[in-house]
Write a protein that binds this ligand. Structure first.
Ligand SMILES: Cc1ncc(COP(=O)(O)O)c(C=O)c1O
Length: 370
């Protein structure tokens, strides 16, 4: 069965001609269809058109406004804004190249972490998923005297919803004078007191830790970005080919991103609502028999259990007007696959209760049939 989204992205949308409760994708704060975000994009399109064509167009007031909004949100000085979040890892791996000799990656890291690391042309080693002790042991084994590691990981894993143990990973590479790079695609706007991501979640203030972000998920717009002090951003820009060599996202996308950050800066109501929704969903789904950790991550991973056919459960849920993803082949999918449930700030309490009730009914039918 294929599922085609025919309405705007949202907590309720039209899929295959039916209005359903939507618990998939990555629009965690529900901003993709927020009136202010949409209108800002429309205004930019009307005034300036779609794209800047590179050249001096890359130096456009729309991008300056975005940089100002991002620096205010993250409390930093400068920003790089680039074609897609996918490129962020390559920019970090290339941009920091003079400061490390070997790269160590979580074996379950996102495709973009692996692809980005490969572009740096340095030796690569995979450490066991989430295992900081193994990362430390690998560093010990592989680094020659005086060599420094670059450790790369997702902050939040896209399907499993696990949070990387950043304090332990940072501690693992500290004796080797290493650097830690975090792809925070699924944490930006969500984790941490101010929604700045996984480092903030852990209260980790370490000037050897770097993060790349995307606007395409919680922040409701499009494009990848890295924020930091002027020296860091200038260093990355000087050494990273992809930063120079790819066009910036279209102007309406940049304008939408500015609107999203402006909405969120100083107003944590969406994030608080998201946390409450995540807690409700985790409690309800836990009662159906899954051992779910108590985290604020809006990705809930229901692993394969004996006696359940996840594809059938997904189809049964859709018959009941609820769409969740059945993940079988993405990065961080557990063995046997999983139902990936994405919670949004814009889901209502009733919708989450309906999701849990629908799943309970589907499981009862599965159990009766099998
Ligand atoms: C962990 C991770 N990093 C990067 C990306 C890519 O981000 P973007 O969609 O902005 O290219 C994704 C998107 O799915 C992701 O899950």
């Amino acid at each position: 069965m294929t599922y085609e989204m025919q309405g705007p992205m949202g907590a309720r949308t039209v899929i295959n001609g039916r209005l359903v409760d939507y618990f998939a994708g990555c629009g965690y704060l529900g901003l993709q269809n927020h009136p202010a975000v949409r209108q800002t994009a429309v205004d930019a399109l009307t005034t300036y058109g779609l794209a800047n064509s590179g050249g001096f167009g890359s130096n456009h007031p729309i991008y300056h406004q975005l940089e100002a909004a991002a620096c205010a949100y993250f409390g930093t000085e400068k920003m790089l804004y680039f074609a897609s979040g996918y490129l962020g890892n390559a920019i970090l791996a290339q941009g920091l190249r003079p400061r490390y000799e070997r790269i160590f990656i979580d074996e379950a890291a996102h495709y973009s972490v692996w692809d980005g690391a490969r572009t740096a042309g340095k030796p690569l080693y995979a450490y066991r998923h989430l295992d900081a002790r193994h990362a430390a042991a690998l560093c010990q084994k592989e680094l020659q005297a005086g060599e420094r590691p670059l450790l790369m990981t997702d902050g939040v894993f896209p399907v499993s919803g696990e949070i990387a143990p950043l304090p332990d990973l940072a501690a693992a590479i500290r004796p080797f004078n290493g650097l830690l790079c975090v792809d925070d695609a699924h944490a930006t706007g969500v984790l941490g007191e101010n929604g700045r991501g996984t480092l903030e979640h852990f209260g980790l203030h370490d000037d050897r830790c770097y993060t790349c972000h995307t606007f395409s998920k919680a922040l409701g717009a499009y494009g990848g970005f890295i924020v930091g002090g002027a020296a860091l951003i200038d260093e990355l820009a000087a050494h990273a080919n992809v930063q120079e060599g790819a066009s910036r996202p279209p102007l309406p996308a940049a304008a939408a991103a500015t609107a999203a950050l402006t909405l969120l800066h100083g107003d944590d109501s969406l994030r608080r609502q998201l946390r409450a929704n995540v807690a409700q969903a985790r409690a309800g789904l836990r009662a159906l028999g899954w051992a779910l950790p108590d985290t604020p991550v809006p990705v809930i991973c229901l692993e394969q259990r004996s006696g359940l056919d996840l594809a059938r459960l997904q189809a049964d849920l859709f018959d009941q007007g609820v769409l969740v993803a059945h993940s079988t082949h993405y990065t961080s999918v557990p063995a046997g696959g999983a139902l990936r449930i994405a919670i949004f700030a814009t889901h209502t309490e009733e919708q989450i209760a309906r999701l849990v009730a629908a799943l309970e009914a589907a499981i009862a039918r599965e159990t009766a049939a099998g």
